[in-house]
Write a protein that binds this ligand. Structure first.
Ligand code: PSU
Ligand code: MN
Length: 306
């Protein structure tokens, strides 16, 4: 047991362990969206819906979280409930050692979830939007560690582009610099989270989950240990008008600046502000795209296992 622990510094839930051992499809889900991205208690309900969407696509969900210093891959509903309690923190990849030493409890961002997924041998991860190059990064230097982690973990990430508070063009440039392949599913455009088109094209379009699975296999055959960014636009029925989003993002950023919000507190602050400024519309859209991305990730994992 002790030796086991040293080889696998995380707790693998039994259904996830069994699926991985049998070569059945598994999808990793981040949990910063539960602890910090969505209001409580809606966020717990959303976590359950994302897991259900993965299951409906034929795969096993593995929501990653840190509970009292233990990295858990495949958190139970009871474990996830601890992420909406006071004191739960937002954990990026670089925060994991601190979380272990200080026995913290928190939601993992895409960067930390990528580290856990690769360690567990999970090939596909789903999220709403990755962190990217923030608007104004030329001054603040705020570039999400999600991008760097994507370039060094052999995990495909399904998302609706970068969060609306990011600069889509600069995010795409940075992904190119890092050597992260980007592929659109059912779109030739880089999505803008709440809106389907950021105004930028993606380098390649895949016809569906089977073709994405072929991309993942090709990366492996090439001996690459880097990720793949799979972008999937928000479902049309839930998409918001880009102009409305841009105006709300501008207002939210001005508020954050006036209050001196920065660093990893910025994203949660902006998301909450957007929800308030759009009278809940961004929340509805966020839930719709999260669910659609979880379902697509499940289909990709299934195609990869088949
Ligand atoms: N997208 C959302 N809600 C979120 C996030 C993304 O709709 O809460 C989270 C993800 O966990 C992502 C993180 O990895 O924000 C990025 O944060 P930062 O910009 O601080 O790197
Ligand atoms: Mn940041």
């Amino acid at each position: 047991m002790a030796a086991d622990r040293m080889r696998t510094p995380f707790k693998l839930a039994e259904p996830v362990r069994q699926a991985l051992a049998a070569g059945r499809p598994v999808v990793a889900l981040e949990s910063a969206v539960v602890s910090h991205g969505l209001p409580h208690p809606v966020s717990l309900d959303a976590a359950a819906r994302l897991e259900a969407a993965v299951r409906a696509a034929g795969a096993v969900p593995a929501t990653v979280a840190v509970l009292a210093g233990e990295l858990v891959v495949g958190a139970s509903p009871e474990e996830l409930a601890r992420l909406v309690e006071p004191g739960a923190v937002k954990l990026a990849a670089r925060d994991l050692p601190a979380a272990v030493v200080r026995r913290l409890t928190g939601g993992t961002t895409v960067s930390a979830t990528l580290a856990a997924a690769e360690g567990a041998g999970i090939a596909v991860l789903a999220t709403g939007g990755i962190g990217g190059v923030h608007l104004g990064a030329e001054v603040t230097g705020d570039v999400s560690p999600d991008l760097v982690e994507l370039s060094r973990r052999a995990v495909a990430v399904v998302c609706s582009g970068a969060k609306a508070v990011c600069d889509a063009g600069r995010t795409l440039e940075y992904l190119e610099t890092l050597g992260v392949p980007v592929v659109g599913v059912g779109t030739g455009r880089f999505p803008c989270f709440y809106a389907a088109d950021s105004g930028y094209a993606v380098p390649f379009t895949a016809s569906g989950p089977d073709e994405v699975a072929r991309w993942i296999r090709a990366l492996r055959r090439l001996g690459e240990r880097r990720g793949l960014l799979v972008v999937h636009p928000v479902p049309a029925r839930a998409a918001l008008d880009p102009g409305t989003v841009r105006a709300a993002v501008g207002q939210a950023r001005r508020e954050a600046e006036a209050r001196g919000v920065a660093g990893k507190d910025l994203t949660p602050y902006l998301l909450a502000a957007l929800n308030r400024l759009t009278a809940g519309k961004t929340l509805e859209t966020n839930l719709a795209l999260l669910e659609a991305n979880a379902a697509l990730a499940g289909r990709i994992a299934t195609a990869l296992a088949g």
